[in-house]
Design a binder for this molecule. Sequence first.
Ligand code: PLP
Length: 397
Amino acid sequence: MGKLAVFGGKSIRDTYLPYGRQFIDEDDIHAVVQTLQSDFLTCGPKVKEFEQALCSLTGANFATAVSNGTGALHVACLAAGIRSGDEVITTPITFAATANAILYCGGTPVFADIDPKTYTIDPRSIEGHITEKTKAIIAVDFTGQACAYDPILEICHKYNLLLIEDAAHSIGTMYRGRPVGQIADLTTFSFHPVKTLTAGEGGAVLAQDPELAKRMELFARHGITRNPQLLQEQANSNWYYEQKLLGYNYRMTDIQCALAISQMEKLDRFVARRKQLVGQYNQMLHEIPEVILQEENDGSDSVRHLYILRLDFRNLSCGRKEIYDALQAENIGVNVHYIPVYFFPYYQQLGYQRGICPNAEDYYETSMTLPLFYSMTDRDQQDVVNAVKKVLGYYRR
Ligand SMILES: *Cc1c(COP(=O)(O)O)cnc(C)c1O
């Protein structure tokens, strides 16, 4: 066993392999340039075209493009009517934006624990947290895997709750044969460059119900409308519009939408390669005794955005930090998704205590994210696996 790079040995790789990276081709560049040369940089035809493409892709009835995934979550919570005094149940194993969106509306995030095998929100824990104040659930398709939606939807019906799906990781994923986007009442996407499909920045909210769709559209566009059916007064000229509620400017530009449309044309390729890489990781890692593979929720046909390396530390003479540092020194861009949201000082200061979600906390202590992106080569992946084997071999008792 060679000396680890972290202690001055030679690295497995000469160049750093990031955990995620966008893939941009000539078609993408051409699409953006064409829009730059067109009449509309924003509020133009590309926005509608992208919204329609999202509906075709997912089978959702309505889509509103917004400036990012965080804005999408905020708009979804506003459309759902979340306000002061309402509780919304969500998972701590997510990006802070999921819970922050509840706070933006004056609501209270209530953290349910995760399933220890799939790492998505555990329906049994959801049910244990329901009170008369509970208004909605935000389920997060963590790593790209669809949550256990059959039992979650059952809970929603039983207690009359709205379901918001944070699908920032899961565009292209299917649940029991239905695409993500037509499962929940409201679904949100992010098109940040690390996600499966990118617009630089961008997001979207999808809905099935016309009433929710009307609200999400208004909240994302200043609360302003020109739709004759929504106007209180008869429009006597086409300059006339009305503000119906207090909305925001969450516009996505035509430049971003042009890029997103062009990216969407490659989605099948992105999906196929991600699935192939995940299959290969599972194949290469499952025989390593310390490695615990993520299990799939029943019914989820997942497009993974993240690949999690979870470890059983009983036979290792170190903790997660040493493994993480050693892999970084091997030039493998490991990452950690996520620090439980309620660990952050801001949430601690709001009164959340450590210990409330033991499965989530145990997951956090024992996990890290391995590189996974479309343009990663088999050789890159072999480097990752070799580095994992080298580092675990070094620390194995
Ligand atoms: C990326 C992400 C967001 C936020 O999306 P932005 O486009 O970066 O605002 C929200 N939730 C999850 C789970 C994410 O991964």
